[in-house]
Design a protein around this ligand. Structure first.
Ligand SMILES: [Zn+2]
Length: 603
């Protein structure tokens, strides 16, 4: 049973030690204190004061250039000014050293004004509606002091607004506000902060508390929402046989317009999905929630070596995103089945759609999923996302997770599965405080569990670009990948959308209808037949009737105008996982276990 209530007081949560305080209200040694003042919602202005101890003549402060998304976003672009004072209260001559670093010799206090106008789960936003902070976008750190403890307090909060954050509440030297403490900068910026008139729901599972913070001006079915989350939490903690925390927080934003997706953290997740999608397409909502929740193990605790230590000044290159993102989705699909939110038929249809997405991308023959992981930093460019240039590590990784699972089952006569692989990695890496060696670490786990070599699998499909012999894998569960042709509508261009949300035209067929109609690469597509485009613009167009006219509202470099394109027809391959007529009872039994992510021997 769960109880919905408005939060009256943020619960203290003894997870991290907090720094002590000197009598004069300054932090003890090797720690720093931030005060974020909500200055002006109309201009999205925050005023940050950072008190540093101890200071030094060579003290420098830095603001990350990236966090959350694997994208260089240069948060320093939003810093209006930086000032500093020394222990005597005298101004310090600050000096900018590079785009994101300031020398502040002997400063004990650094102040700056920063704009927070970036909505969404990866952003920092202060408006008259609410505050949501990815703290890495607004809080500098003293260079070389990542491991000091930090306390944040927030002032200027309107009377009827409240704060929610996974950070531990602590007494603050400033009696007028609550402080929240973190044991390192990494921990601090892995902890989002929501401030506003949100609703809070709670439920308990196996001794842990779950909080659900919802900020939305739209109506939504909170009973359905909580029912889904409770099922997913039970499915995932049960599957991992682990619940490595006492409290976990789901932050949700349900805007009227498009949602920007989800962001994982060690003790929370922040997810933005449109209110309409939440009610029309509850499986997508459940899928995003299942994916982000599983990240609490996969990437936050079962973590690749290449992501550590986090370098906030440049790209952290990793070859492991196919596993940390893609195989995360492999598992979250199993969890939807385990939680009773989708059935076997829908599972196979969703998997077939993933295979379809990979198989229509020519770049599957030229870019490995490891290279796609390394190149994540290029995803902000529309052309990079086009089908001829890149494969998507979520997509191919999700498929590879399934194939790895089926191969492990096949080689071990059903003795071990992907579930054992994750539990093994949880024991050997997460619980030991170690990081795994990217793809090699995953291969080692599969080999240790099955006693067989996975060199070829990783060589062909992970670091290589070999075509995948699907039937070799799916035959073990009595399935066949059927390829047919389907006639779909086509407009003669491709467009891709990333976290910018608005699709951007990535390529145009020479001499095609779109080119004749005056569409150009780089144009933004604002409306499709009068409606805001969803995430899958090409799919939306493909489902229209060939021969009809597509109306696009398009923003170009210098104007917004309407373009009409007569849709042609094209034959496209269509992939479907279908039953093999000769499937054996053993294969069908394995299929049932596989789709639920079950081990076979012990169940
Ligand atoms: Zn993810």
């Amino acid at each position: 049973m769960f109880v919905a209530f408005l939060l009256l007081q943020v619960h203290a949560f003894a997870q991290y030690p907090c720094p002590g305080w000197k009598n004069n209200g300054e932090p003890a040694s090797q720690s720093w204190l931030y005060t974020i003042k909500l200055e002006d919602p109309a201009q999205h202005l925050l005023h940050v004061t950072m008190t540093v101890a101890p200071s030094s003549p060579d003290l420098e402060v830095q603001l990350p250039v990236w966090n959350a998304l694997y994208q260089i976003r240069d948060f320093a672009k939003n810093v209006n000014w930086v000032r500093a004072t020394d222990a005597a209260g005298k101004p310090v001559a600050t000096r900018e050293l590079d785009k994101t670093t300031w020398a502040v010799p002997n400063a004990i206090s650094v102040e700056y004004e920063i704009v927070a106008a970036d909505p969404g789960p990866f952003g920092a936003e202060f408006s008259d509606q609410h505050v949501f902070l990815n703290l890495a976008q607004v809080l500098m750190y003293p260079v070389g002091h990542f491991h000091g403890q930090a306390v944040v307090s927030i002032t200027g909060i309107p009377n009827n607004w409240r704060i929610a954050t996974p950070l531990r509440e602590t007494s603050s030297p400033s009696a007028s506000s609550t402080g929240y403490c973190a044991d390192s900068y990494d921990h601090l910026v892995d902890s989002p902060v929501e401030i506003g008139t949100f609703r809070e729901f709670t439920f308990a599972h196996d001794g842990a508390d779950y909080r659900v913070i919802v900020d939305s001006g739209e109506s939504y079915d909170d009973t359905a929402l909580l029912g889904t989350l409770k099922k997913l939490v039970a499915a995932e903690t049960g599957w991992m046989n682990d619940q490595p925390f006492h409290r976990y927080t789901f932050f949700y934003h349900f805007p009227h317009g498009m949602g920007r997706g989800g962001m994982e953290h060690a003790y929370s997740t922040a997810i933005e999905t449109s209110a309409a999608r939440l009610s029309d397409d509850p499986v997508t909502f459940a899928g995003v929630s299942a994916h982000e929740f599983f990240h609490l193990w996969n990437v936050k605790r079962i973590r690749p070596q290449s992501m550590e230590p986090i370098d906030y000044t440049r790209e952290n290159y990793t070859r492991a995103l196919w596993f940390n993102e893609g195989v995360d989705s492999t598992v979250s699909e199993y969890m939807l089945v385990r939680a009773g939110l989708i059935d076997e038929k829908m599972f196979l249809a969703r998997l077939s759609a993933q295979i379809n997405e990979l198989e229509v991308r020519p770049a599957r023959q030229t870019q490995s999923v490891e290279d796609s992981s390394l190149d994540a930093w290029l995803e902000k460019y529309a052309y990079y996302r086009s089908a001829g240039r890149s494969v998507n590590y979520y997509n191919k990784g999700q498929i590879l997770g399934v194939l790895l699972d089926l191969a492990m089952r096949d080689r071990s006569q059903g003795r071990v599965s992907l579930r054992d692989l994750f539990q093994w990695m949880n024991q050997h890496y997460a619980k030991e405080g170690k990081y795994f060696a990217d793809s090699d670490g995953i291969r080692d786990a599969a080999e240790a569990l099955t006693g067989t070599s996975f060199t070829d699998f990783f060589h062909h499909y992970v670091s290589g670009t070999d075509e995948i012999p699907y039937d070799t894998f799916f035959g073990t569960v009595g399935l066949h990948l059927q390829q047919t042709q389907s006639r779909t509508a086509y407009a003669g261009f491709t467009a891709t959308a990333n976290f910018s949300l608005t699709p951007v035209v990535a390529s145009i067929d020479p001499g095609g209808e779109a080119q004749r109609a005056g569409l150009h690469t780089g144009d933004l597509i604002l409306l499709v037949n009068g409606r805001e485009p969803g995430g899958d613009l090409e799919g939306t167009i493909a489902r229209l009737e060939p021969g009809t006219t597509l109306k696009l509202k398009v923003s170009t470099r210098d104007k917004v105008h309407e373009i009409k394109i007569k849709l042609s027809a094209r034959e496209e391959p269509l992939f479907d996982l279908v039953d093999r007529p000769d499937a054996t009872p053993q294969q069908l039994a394995r299929r049932a276990a596989w789709i639920r992510g079950d081990s076979e021997a012990s169940h």
